[in-house]
Design a binder for this molecule. Structure first.
Ligand code: NAI
Length: 332
């Protein structure tokens, strides 16, 4: 069975080939992102394998279905970029990797928090220039601070454990509270209380119609002045323009982003020899208290191995049984 892998980077080749070594799958790798223009590369494939910034909207799904593609195997947990209704209408199965390493993303979230707090990114450059002055580098003790986690699924729960270990008081907001979190002392509160009390707010919920621009001007106005906001979930959970207003007014004291609502045209590419075409993103980079990473929360050896194994497992199962191990279905 031929499987066309889109947005393929060198690490995808290594991990997917290794995971597929005992299968009959014919993996074809395309560096190109899946778009209406590149969908035709899948001519001859029965399955395609996509990542977070591939376009899996209605037009692309229709084009793939016309080519005979029966399976979309995502190398991600999030599936907000897939038109599930179009896939269902085309009789196409969509599969994902529901869990690979929640530790990878939770630990990256912590890396952003600690870097923003203790400003190690700035200290690194300063010390290399022989500047050992401390002004501007003052942070705060994590111990005793209030952390608010929005979304305590797999990733949020690991993060809650880490932050509890630091001695933070952890508040959470989630329509489905986790017994594991409650057992470790996490307190579920209304969003308004979380926004108003937290010194550090982290977003670990999926992007859905309910969470789109969850962090907007109104939410920011409810936050503690000088709050640290970190988003490692999906870019559009945050209204970037509102956050820029919050940074300018000082309401937001520090911002860490691993995701950005318009990241598809930027992230995973080397633009260092050209320019950043997105003025809103470029504005974000002018703030000294903003730290952006290019969607690398998942990027650990363990996570990549698990993603590859589950993805190949989904495809091989579909080949044998006509159904994926981890299908994504439309909500009722
Ligand atoms: P999960 O499905 O285990 O947990 C998501 C949690 O969010 C659930 O408990 C759900 O009830 C909760 N939730 C849903 N709507 C909410 C709302 N309106 N307010 C508060 N909570 C809400 O998902 P997991 O594995 O923890 O991943 C979370 C998200 O992280 C993914 O959907 C994905 O978008 C993102 N992610 C980011 C990665 C990165 O590299 N930066 C890698 C992997 C995932």
């Amino acid at each position: 069975m031929r499987v066309d892998v889109f947005s393929a980077k060198p690490h995808d080749l290594v991990f997917l080939r290794d995971a597929a070594r005992d299968t009959e799958l014919d993996l074809q790798f395309h560096e190109a992102r899946l778009t209406p223009d590149t969908a035709r590369l899948a001519q001859g494939a029965q399955a395609i394998c996509g990542f977070v910034n591939d376009d899996l909207g209605r037009d692309v799904i229709a084009a793939l279905a016309d080519l005979g593609v029966r399976l979309v195997a995502l190398r991600s947990a999030g599936f907000n970029h897939v038109d599930l209704r179009a896939a269902q209408q085309a009789g196409m199965t969509v599969a994902r990797v529901p869990a690979y390493s929640p530790h990878a993303v939770a630990e990256h979230t912590l890396a952003l928090i600690l870097t923003l707090n203790r400003k190690t990114h700035r200290a690194f450059n300063r010390v290399r220039e022989g500047n050992f002055a401390l002004d501007g580098l003052m942070g705060f003790d994590m111990h005793g601070k209030v952390a608010g986690i929005v979304g305590t699924g797999l990733i949020g729960t690991v993060l809650a454990r880490i932050l509890t270990g630091f001695g933070c008081e952890v508040l959470a907001s989630d329509p489905s509270p986790s017994a594991e979190c409650e057992a470790m002392g996490v307190r579920y509160v209304e969003m308004a209380e979380l926004l108003g009390r937290a010194d550090i707010i982290t977003l670990q919920c999926p992007l859905t119609p309910d969470t789109h621009h969850l962090i907007d001007d109104d939410a920011i106005a409810c936050m503690k002045p000088g709050v640290m906001l970190v988003n490692t979930s999906r870019g559009a959970v945050v209204d970037t323009r509102a956050v820029i207003r919050g940074l300018k007014s000082g309401q937001i004291g520090a911002l860490g982003l691993d995701v950005y609502e318009e990241e598809a045209d930027l992230f995973f590419e080397d633009l260092s020899q050209s320019y950043i075409p997105d003025d809103v993103f470029a504005r974000l980079l002018t703030f000294p208290n903003v730290l952006v990473t290019g969607h690398q929360g998942f990027f650990t050896r363990e996570a990549l191995r698990a993603i590859a194994e589950t993805t190949i497992g989904n495809i091989a199962h579909f080949q044998r049984e006509g159904a994926a191990l981890h299908p994504v279905t439309l909500p009722d």
